[in-house]
Design a protein around this ligand. Sequence first.
Ligand SMILES: [Fe+2]
Length: 575
Amino acid sequence: MFFQIFLHFVSNLSTIAVGFLSVMVRWISVLKKYVESTRQKKAIFSKQERLPCIAPLVTTVEETPQIVSACVRGHFPQWLRGYLLRVGPGKFEFGKDKYNHWFDGMALLHQFRMEKGTVTYRSKFLQSDTYKANSVHDRIVISEFGTLAVPDPCKNVFERFLSKFEVPAITDNTNVNYVQYKGDYYLSTETNFMNKVDIKTLEKIEKVDWRKFIAVNGATAHPHYDADGTAYNMGNSYGSHGSCYNVIRVPPEKVDLGETIHGAQVICSIASAEGMRPSYYHSFGMTRNYIIFIEQPLKMNLWKVVTSKIRGKSFADGISWEPQYNTRFHVVDKHTGQLLPGMYYSKPFVTFHQINAFEDQGCVVIDLCCQDDGRSLEVYQLQNLRKVGEGLDQVYNSVGRSFPRRFVLPLHVSLNDPEGQNLSPLSYSSASAVKQADGKIWCSYENLHPEGLEDEGGIEFPQINYGQFSGRKYRFFYGCGFRHLVGDSLIKVDVVNKTLTIWREDGFYPSEPVFVPAPGTSEEDGGVILSVVITPKQNENNFLLVLDAKNFEELGRAEVPVQMPYGFHGTFVTI
Ligand SMILES: [Fe+2]
C-alpha cells in the first residue's frame, strides 16, 4: 500500500507544477471562507478547576480471568439475562517501553454476566499477535496510533538505521469495539485486522484481515446493521487513483459454518477531495435506504503516515485539524450503491459518533455529536490524562466540548430550486439547507439539547434503542457527560422536548450507557441502561450500574472488587 502511494505521488510530480496556480487561487478562496467561518462561530470550551486525578483509570491493571461474583445492591431485573461486553485499553507498557497515547493500550476484554438477578465479572487481555509479540520481547515491537515502535536495541547501528525503511507491521490490537458479522462477535479497531472472539470465554478464535476479502485498508469499529443482520461499514483504500472512502456490505448469512466476512462487497467508492489527504472518520450514519458519510476537515496526511517511521514519528503525527475547509456530507443509496449528486456542506466540525439518522419528507435527517474544534485526539496523550492539579485543569480546558446537532439533507434538489431559500420542509427542525449559486447546499444545524448541557461538559458516547429505532424517527438518546476528560455522568436526552435527565455520583466515572429493551414493550425508553462505573478511589468498589431508562432511577448496582481502567465501547448480548 505504502509503495503504491509513493508511486502515485512521484508520477504526479509533473502535474503539481501545472496545477500550482489553480491551487493558489483555491487556497485564497478557502482562506476567505475560513475567516468567515471563524467569525460565525467559536468552539465551545468549558472551564473546570481542581479536577480530581484520574491517573488510576488510565493505568495498567491485572486481568481477572476467573469468574468473580459481584455484590448486588438494589436489584437487577429478573428478565435481564445476558452479557455486557466491553473493551478498552488495559496495559500501557512492556518492559521499559511505555505507550504515549490512551488509544495505544492493549485490549482488555470485560464481561459482566447477568442472570436471575445475579451478576458475575471477568476480564482477559486479548491474545492478539501484537500483545503476544510485545510480551515475548518484553518491549513494544509494533507501533500503535500514538506510539512508534523503536528498533531492537540489540541490533547494531547499521541494522537499526535500515530497519527504519522496513514496512511497519500493522497492529491487531483491536481495543475499540465489539462488532457483529453473521452472528459472530469480533473485536475491532480501525486497521485491516479484527479478532473473532468467543464471548463466553473471552478467548480469541481467529484473526481476520479485511484485505483478504475486499480492496480496503481497514474499516471502522462502528458498523451499522439492518434488521436481517446485513452489516454496513466504511473503510479507506489507497491506490494509484488516490484515496477512496468505501461503503462495505457484509451479508447476514453464512454459506459455510467456519466462514467469517466472506461475501463482503464494496458497494460504493467515494473519491477523497484530496488524494493524499483523506479525512479521518470514526463512524458514519445510516437510514433505511441511505448511508451518510461525513468528510470532515480532520485530515490524514498519507505522506506523513508513510514516512512516519523514517521521521521517527507516530501515525498520530499525520492527522491534523484543518478548519480552513468545510465539512461535507455524502449520501449513498445503500441498495444501488449510487452516490447521490447533492453537494451538502456545513461549517467545519468534527464528529466521532453519530447518534441516529432517518428519512422524513424527502430528507435525510442526521444527528451527530459534534465538536467545533478538532484537536481533541492529540490531547488524549497518557501523560496529559495522568496530570494532577492545574496541569490537569489546563488539559481539560483545551478540549472542545461535544454537542448533539441535527442536520437535514434534502434528497431531491433540482436545478429549478430557488437559491438562497431553505429547502428543508421539516417544520419541527430549525436545521436549514440552503441552495447556493454554485449549486451546493449549505447546511446549518439545530441544537438537540437545552443550554444545561454546556454545564455538563457536553455529551459523547451516544447510544439509542438501536434494535427498534435505528434509522427511524426517535426521541431519546443516552450518553456520557464530560465534566472531566472521561465521562463523569450519564445523560438521557429527549431530542423532541429538549430535556435532560442526569445520573451522577461524585468521584465516579460511568462508561458508555447501553440500552437494553425490556421484553414485551415497544416503548422507546422501556428498558434499562447499563453502565460500568469506575473510581480512582482505593477504598471504593467499581460497579455495574442498572438504571430505569425512563426516569434514570437506579435499580441496582453490582460491585466488583477489581481495578478496571476506563474503556471505550461495548454491547449487550442476550443469552
Ligand atoms: Fe467510537
